[in-house]
Design a protein. Structure first.
Length: 564
């Protein structure tokens, strides 16, 4: 990522940090962190958090850590950690040598918990999870003290040590902070600090059978690492008093927590639990299914990190929750790809064209522009021969008034090539059109006629002899409605799934340069859209391209027409 890209527009977080720097707080240091839980794949909502944390640090010449909050061994897997690191690097950010794990701090976190017990600020509770919920009360009713709340310091220390030694079964005891069961903030009603989990941790093995809760771990990990500004999504705003309470009680370095509205996107879901349901129940093919908005899926679909960062910059940073239109993201992707994507010609539904007056066995090499938006991209050679393929939809035998493409007796331009005129339609025994017999004007090479005559349509094409076969996957929104979670009572959000979210088109014909397409590069198939080689299923013998995005926002037009 360039220095210019790191510069973000003004927002309330930048204003707060600038004020702290100007006041000399923390010696004018700025140190942020991105703290994912390694229990799933990152999605575009996480991309916003990544961008905010790393770009804010860069803005003030500070540092940003990557820290895995790995406190729940039951749900965490090493491949999630690997995918998260890959996603962050793909987004254009790096943590350098500042890779940390909450599990690095397990011994210190345990000592902090013991310190709270000795201060009379924590106790071992024998209530089970359901009983704890019942005792907690509601938003309108205060909670009740646990019957174990007044255990002595000595008893609590002994029981907590025995918890650590593995003497008690899962769920039988917890360590809770002693705060205020009448607090208007439910998070302050004696929250659980430690729970018993006899589970093997991916880093610490079986060394521990008690694991700290996220709220306890998060603030103290920030403190240990010297984080100055702990930037969190808005759902943690109600947790901030607890964040502050732990740090104040223990008298340790106190970062400043600041919350921002997370990214919500129309026509998709970004809840990790709902994404897991889609994956586990087979609605999609995996976490990297290009219909999802995980970063792995967007990478596989051909989105660029540059486009995503541009989109995030335009969305901005605010405190107010809102839903961003999918069209805004797709616009940023089109805008980026239009400037940078190499062009190719591809015929999705091929119709054979024979040029009757073209010399038998002859092949020409025509110059084609790689990207009209970038002169430095240069040109490429495209073979032209007697037998071609054009798009089936570019021909009509009995065209309506405003159809300007190929028809019997009509002349059109072939891009970079010649004018051709349709002379005859060939059908199979069932009456289907299988071939067009045409003539070409040899004086119109390059797509212009010396006598100045005009045509109203320019068609893309592929030489049949040189064509590369490919399969195209045409992706549409995974859900039919803007808010997939808006369902009738008793209905699951999956009722809003789009049954036509994927169309697989086989037998497509591409110009020969397509055989050299690079995984990770997105190409514009002229008049078709933007496509990239599938990084998972494609092979030299079985080329598969995923559609990244259409050339225009056709979905918005369809949705608008359906509302009329």
């Amino acid at each position: 990522m360039s220095d210019n890209e790191a510069k973000s527009s003004s927002n309330f977080i930048k204003t707060i940090i600038a004020g702290d720097v100007a006041a000399g707080k923390n010696d004018s240091r700025v140190h942020t962190r991105f703290p994912p839980e390694p229990n799933g794949y990152l999605h575009i909502g996480h991309a916003k958090a990544i961008w905010i944390n790393f770009s804010m640090a860069a803005e003030f010449n500070g540092l940003c850590n990557l820290r895995f909050d790995d406190t729940n061994p039951v749900k965490e897997e090493v491949h999630f950690i690997e995918s998260i690191m890959e996603d962050i690097r793909w987004m254009g950010f790096d943590w350098d040598d500042r890779l940390f794990y909450a599990s690095d701090y397990f011994p210190r976190l345990y000592d902090f918990a013991v310190q709270l017990i000795k201060m009379g600020k924590a106790y071992v509770c024998d209530l089970n999870a359901e009983e704890i919920r019942t005792y907690r009360g509601t938003l309108t009713e205060p909670g009740k003290n646990s019957p174990y709340r007044d255990r002595s310091v000595e008893e609590n220390l002994e029981l907590f040590e025995r918890m650590k030694a593995g003497e008690f079964p899962d769920g039988s005891r917890t360590l809770r902070a002693k705060i205020d069961m009448a607090s208007g903030n439910l998070n302050m009603r004696d929250p659980v600090i430690y729970r018993i989990m006899h589970a093997t941790h991916h880093r610490t093995g079986d060394e521990w059978c008690i694991y700290p809760m996220y709220d306890f771990t998060h603030c103290l990990s920030d403190s240990i690492e010297g984080i100055t500004h702990s930037l969190c999504s808005l759902e943690f705003e109600d947790h901030r008093p607890l964040y502050d309470w732990f740090l104040d009680q223990l008298g340790v370095f106190h970062p400043r927590q600041i919350e921002f509205a997370r990214l919500n996107l129309s026509y998709t879901v970004l809840s990790k639990r709902k994404l897991l349901k889609l994956v586990d129940e087979g609605y999609v093919t995996g976490w990297d299914d290009p219909r999802l908005y995980t970063l792995a899926a967007l990478r596989r679909r051909g989105y660029t990190p540059r486009a995503i960062r541009t989109f995030l910059e335009r969305v901005g940073v605010s405190k107010r929750e809102s839903v961003v239109a999918m069209a805004d993201l797709e616009f940023a992707v089109r805008e980026d790809l239009n400037k940078h994507a190499p062009r190719l010609m591809a015929v999705v539904k091929p119709l054979k064209v024979v040029l009757e007056n073209y010399p038998e066995g002859q092949t020409e090499e025509l110059d084609a522009i790689n990207n009209p938006e970038d002169e430095s991209a240069g040109t490429r050679k495209v073979p032209f021969s007697k037998v071609l393929y054009i798009e089936r939809d570019d021909f009509m035998e009995d065209p309506p008034k405003k159809f300007f493409r190929l028809a019997p007796g009509r002349e059109v331009r072939l891009r970079y090539a010649y004018f051709i005129t349709c002379r005859e339609v060939v059908r199979d025994d069932d009456g289907n059109i299988v071939e067009l017999r045409c003539t070409y004007d040899p004086e119109s090479r390059g797509g212009s006629s010396p006598d100045g005559r005009k045509v109203k349509a320019t068609l893309h094409w592929v030489s049949a002899e040189h064509a590369v076969d490919a399969t195209l996957r045409l992706y549409d929104h995974l859900f039919l409605v803007e808010n997939p979670l808006a369902t009738k009572e008793g209905e699951d959000f999956t009722v809003n799934l789009n049954p036509n979210s994927l169309e697989v088109v086989e037998g497509c014909k591409l110009e020969p340069a397509a055989g050299e397409c690079v995984v990770g590069t997105t190409y514009q198939f002229e008049r078709q859209g933007y496509f990239c080689v599938d990084s998972k299923d494609s092979s030299p013998d079985n080329l598969i391209f995923n559609r990244t995005v259409t050339l225009r926002d056709t979905w918005a037009k369809i949705a608008k027409s359906q509302q009329k």
